[in-house]
Every structure is written in C-alpha cells, then in structure tokens.
Design a protein around this ligand. Structure first.
Ligand SMILES: Nc1ncnc2c1ncn2[C@@H]1O[C@H](COP(=O)(O)OP(=O)(O)O)[C@@H](O)[C@H]1O
Ligand SMILES: CC(=O)N[C@@H](CCC(=O)OP(=O)(O)O)C(=O)O
Length: 300
C-alpha cells in the first residue's frame, strides 16, 4: 500500500470512529454555552462555530446560548463605569443594563452571521423574543444586585419550533419580568434553564480554562470527573471562585434535573467540542450524577 492510500485509510478510520457517537446523538438536543471568555480570539471563534455547525449537519440539534461578559465589561469601562460582580454575577444598574443589552445583541448577530456563512440557517433571539425567558429579580446572598434575573419560566415551544424548521437557534441572555422590565441573566443560568426545559441530552460549557481546578494556580489539580456531591463540597469549601461559581452551580442543577451529560470544556482548544463528542479523549471536566466512568462505548 502506498503512503497516500495509508493516509486516506487513516482519515476514513477517524470518520468511521464517529459513527457510534453520531448514532447516539442523532436528533438529540445539545445545548452549547459559549462563554465570552472563549470568544476573544476570532480564529477560535470560527472553530467553535464550525464545530456547532457540523453537529447540526450530521443530525444533532444544537442550541447555542452565548455570553459576552468580557465584552460587556470592556464597554462598561468605555462609558466610564467600573464593572462589579458578586458571586460571579454582574451588578446591573439601569445604565449597565443598557450597555449589556447592546453588547449581547451585537455578539448574538455576529454568531448568527458566522453560522449563516457556513450555509446553515440560524436565528438569533434574546430571552425577550416570544417571552422565551421570564424572570424574577435575583439576589446574590441577600444582596440587591439590580436588574439581574432569575429564570422562572422558559417558553420552550419557541425553540422547538425553530428546531422543527431546521434553524440553529442562538440565544442571548436577556429576559423580561412580569412587569416587562429588562433583566440581565447570567449566561450559564440561561444555558442550564434552556437545557432543562428542552430535555437536552448534553450541556457543554465552553470557557477559557481547562476545566475545574482544586487550585486554579496549579495545573496539576485539574479535575476530570466531578460528581454532584464532590462539586458541592468544593464550592462549600471555597475552592471555586469568580465565573466558575455560577457555572458549576448550573452544572449540578442540570445533572440533578435530567440533563444526561454536562461538561466544562476549554474553548481555547481548537475543536474541543468535536473532541469531546466524537472521541473518548476525556478533555475538560465532566460533571456526573455519581461516580461512574465518563466514557461510553456508543452502544448504550
Ligand atoms: N476552581 C476553579 N477552577 C477553574 N476556574 C476557576 C476556579 N475558580 C475560579 N475560576 C475562574 O472562573 C473563570 C471562568 O468563568 P468566566 O470567566 O465567567 O467564563 P465564561 O465567560 O466562559 O462564563 C476561569 O477563567 C477562572 O479564572
Ligand atoms: C447577571 C450577569 O452576570 N450577566 C452576565 C451576562 C453575560 C455572561 O454571562 O457572559 P459570560 O458567559 O461570558 O460570563 C454579564 O453581565 O456578564
């Protein structure tokens, strides 16, 4: 066999290895939370969008829920204000809300544009559209943090309709309360609530860190599997900080409420989503109901 033929066979082997995973996730809903921290590099952004588009084209039903926290902070700074967070949630006064909605809207349409460019039909909506995300005011440990919303209802039929018509929905985390005021929603909260309401098979958080660390300053402490009990213990003991707090809290919530597989992945690794879904390479941190192997052989 010549060298060329050998290379072709290796490529075919890679493709055929994806078959059990394609069978397993065929027509299944996968919610991808695309964090603002992993959006800063345009090339990586393109890779992420290519991955999600590929998932759509091979028969999965992906939904993107995006953030944009870093970009919001940049613009908040530009208008002369200081960003403030309590437990990973942005303190959102009226002016901050205005900036956040503008920035998130822009991020939303830029992602739609990239998906459309790859030939897949996409619709970008905020939680206001069709009252997708109904909220009530959220407090951070009793503290008033302004227009921050806690999701109390997801009108999932809008997303089912979009999926039915073969669109790739892209959701931005802004919602309405009963009095039709605008609220800022942490994108991890939005992704989790949507995954629960849509009975998603998988929820993947793409962020800018390898996964959950016991000590973020020590790379050898990366945790590849975390059951709910261990995750709750890590949070209670103060090992988790910043934006990882709402993320991990939402991972636990999703797992407890019927989402089968929840992962925190490093969006800085090109094609991390494909690697996680189509191989058993085990990247990032998998959150599990209880201790089990994160791998499956594709025949379950
Ligand atoms: N124990 C921990 N393990 C991993 N990351 C942590 C931990 N504690 C705090 N973090 C921080 O959480 C950040 C991820 O949250 P965030 O910046 O909000 O990302 P995203 O924009 O993707 O939601 C990491 O970059 C890291 O600085
Ligand atoms: C209430 C709250 O914190 N809202 C977030 C919404 C965006 C977000 O969550 O973006 P990332 O996923 O990139 O962090 C914020 O204003 O930053």
């Amino acid at each position: 066999m010549n060298e060329n033929m050998q290379q072709y066979l290796e490529k075919a082997q890679v493709l055929i290895e994806a078959l059990p995973y394609i069978q397993r996730f065929n027509r299944k809903i996968i919610v991808v939370k695309y964090g603002g921290s992993a959006m800063v590099d345009e090339n990586l952004k393109k890779r992420v969008i290519e991955d999600v588009t590929l998932l759509k084209l091979v028969g999965f039903k992906p939904i993107i829920v995006h953030g944009g926290g870093k970009e919001i902070s940049r613009w908040v700074g530009k208008v002369g204000m200081e960003p403030h967070f309590v437990n990973g949630l942005r303190v959102t006064d009226e002016e901050t809300m205005e900036v956040a909605e503008m920035v998130l809207g822009k991020v939303n349409k830029s992602l739609v544009q990239m998906v459309e460019q790859l030939g897949v039909r996409s619709i970008g909506i905020s939680g206001k559209d069709g009252a997708l995300l109904k909220v009530e005011k959220k407090y951070a440990q009793g503290e008033d943090i302004g227009y921050v919303g806690e999701i109390k209802q997801v009108n999932a039929e809008i997303l089912y309709d979009l999926l039915e018509k073969d669109f790739l929905p892209i959701v931005c985390p802004v919602g309405l309360d009963d009095a039709y005021h605008t609220y800022n929603i942490n994108a991890d909260d939005a992704a989790c609530a949507i995954a629960r309401a849509m009975h998603a098979e998988k929820l993947a958080f793409l962020t800018d860190i390898e996964g959950v660390y016991k000590d973020p300053k020590d790379p050898s402490t990366l945790i590849s599997e975390l059951c709910v009990e261990e995750a709750e213990k890590l949070m209670a003991e103060g090992y988790i900080g910043g934006g990882m707090l709402p993320k991990l809290q939402n991972c636990i919530d999703a797992i407890k409420n019927g989402v089968s597989r929840v992962h925190i992945l490093d969006g800085r690794i090109p094609h991390c989503l494909l690697l996680e879904i189509f191989t058993n390479r085990g990247i990032g941190t998998a959150i599990l109901h209880e201790k089990e192997s994160r791998y499956y052989d594709g025949e379950q």
